[in-house]
Design a protein around this ligand. Structure first.
Ligand SMILES: *Cc1c(COP(=O)(O)O)cnc(C)c1O
Length: 422
């Protein structure tokens, strides 16, 4: 554990929040599918001297002097990123997943051009053109959907019709609330037919792709992948863009990231990415990624046995989306609240074609990357799913809540957050 000695001595207010967060993260079961615990090595890099340095530009081509070590470090980060994703080019500078997507849009399109992406209520992300985002004012976003929300199959015929009608510059595969594999070959065929770039925003499943547990879109000819480094990849909060093979696209991406939209890269964050990439290249990471999926499957089995409706009918990845309103007569918000009371953190979420509202939706979304980092396996995943359903069925039963909260506490104590992975 970090002692925070300097902060403790000079800034009690912030020290208290840090200690509070350390405790919170240890004492609850984290089921938010986009969250994870990083190693102490990654945290050391995040807290390192690299935060002092301005390094605008790229290794060997900077706008400031003194780049001996930043150049060496960023080159290592790039090499490791390329290895992880079988990419010819990598840009490790995007500050987050949203920044990576904005840079990618500006690299590959002119204002007014069209993106064909996943419908937002069917699992697409805010950064895929939600009406409230800035990029929605610059580019035109059109949507494809699932054909059947209870199997998760994408409507590829509709996707093709939309592509022919709207002539998108980019066909975007990717999601933050979808639990099935995609048929990348179909995306690529349709994109080739209309002359569009293929981009996969793999933010959530980055770790599952890097480890080979899920398909790599590059094996199916995709041009570009955007991603986050802090979700299943288990690195620091940040973004990244990798390019399969085109030097021309890579050049456009680099220009769009800097100077297109960012200033000085966050070198401490890039160092932390490099540390996490080395962890992800270690054989132990594959076992971790496999366990993430096994744990999600174990939870699926319980939810199905209890007749809770799951979007896509189940999961192939790390997350599940349950329609708790129709199955358990509890809203997504109520479920989030009551589960938090017993020490389980997850988020309310819209289900496909949500009949309620975005602020008060029917579903919950939960996933296994963080609990798997604690070393939990199918046995614990199964029990957690049972606890979740029991709590949602008995949301007003104080005794039941106290009993299950105690059990959750004991599980947390039995599976402490690890400090290192390799
Ligand atoms: C999380 C996510 C992002 C955004 O990442 P931030 O780092 O929060 O900006 C973008 N796309 C998808 C699909 C995501 O899941």
């Amino acid at each position: 554990m970090n002692e925070y000695n300097y902060i403790k001595n000079q800034d009690e207010e912030i020290y208290d929040t840090l200690v509070g967060e350390e405790e919170r993260e240890k004492k609850g079961i984290e089921l938010i599918p986009s969250e994870n615990y990083v190693s102490m090595a990654t945290r050391e890099a995040m807290g390192s001297v690299f935060t002092n340095k301005y390094s605008e530009g790229y290794p060997g081509r900077r706008y400031y002097g003194g780049q001996e070590f930043t150049d060496a470090m960023e080159r290592i980060a790039i090499d490791r990123a390329k290895q992880l994703f079988k990419a010819e080019y990598a840009n490790v500078q995007p500050l987050g997943g949203a920044a990576a997507n904005v840079a990618m849009y500006f690299a590959l399109m002119e204002p007014g051009d069209t993106v064909l992406g996943m419908d937002l209520s069917h699992g697409g992300h805010l950064t895929h053109g939600h009406p409230t985002t800035a990029i929605n004012k610059v580019f035109n976003f059109v949507r494809y959907k699932m054909k059947d929300v209870d199997t998760g199959e994408i409507d590829y015929d509709h996707l093709r019709e939309m592509a022919i009608e709207h002539k998108p510059k980019i066909i975007l595969a990717g999601f933050s609330a979808y639990s099935r594999e995609l048929d990348y070959t179909k995306f690529k065929e349709i994109a080739d037919e209309v002359g569009a770039y293929t981009v996969a925003d793999m933010a959530h499943i980055t770790g599952l792709i890097a480890s080979g547990v899920l398909k790599n879109p590059f094996d199916y000819g995709f041009d570009v992948m955007t991603m986050t480094t802090h979700k299943s990849l288990r690195g620091p909060r940040g973004g990244m863009i990798v390019v399969r093979e085109s030097a021309e696209i890579a050049k456009k991406i680099n220009k769009a990231v800097f100077p297109g939209m960012q200033g000085g890269p966050h070198m401490h964050q890039i160092a932390a990415k490099a540390v996490a990439f080395k962890e992800a290249l270690d054989p132990s990471f594959k076992a971790y990624a496999q366990q993430i999926v096994k744990n999600a499957k174990a939870m699926e089995v319980v939810f199905k046995a209890e007749n809770v409706r799951l979007m896509c009918g189940g999961t192939d990845n790390h997350l599940l989306l349950a329609d708790v309103h129709s199955s358990l007569n509890i809203t997504g918000q109520e479920a989030e609240d009551v589960l938090e009371e017993v020490g389980i953190t997850l988020n309310k979420n819209m289900i496909a074609d949500e009949p309620r509202t975005a602020m008060d939706p029917s579903g919950i979304r939960f996933g296994t990357p963080a609990m798997t980092t604690r070393g939990m396996k199918e046995e614990q995943a199964t029990r957690l799913a049972e606890i979740m359903i029991e709590i949602m069925r008995n949301k007003d039963d104080a005794d039941k809540k106290a009993e299950l909260q105690k059990e959750v506490q004991e599980m947390c104590e039995a599976f402490p957050v690890p400090e290192k992975f390799v």
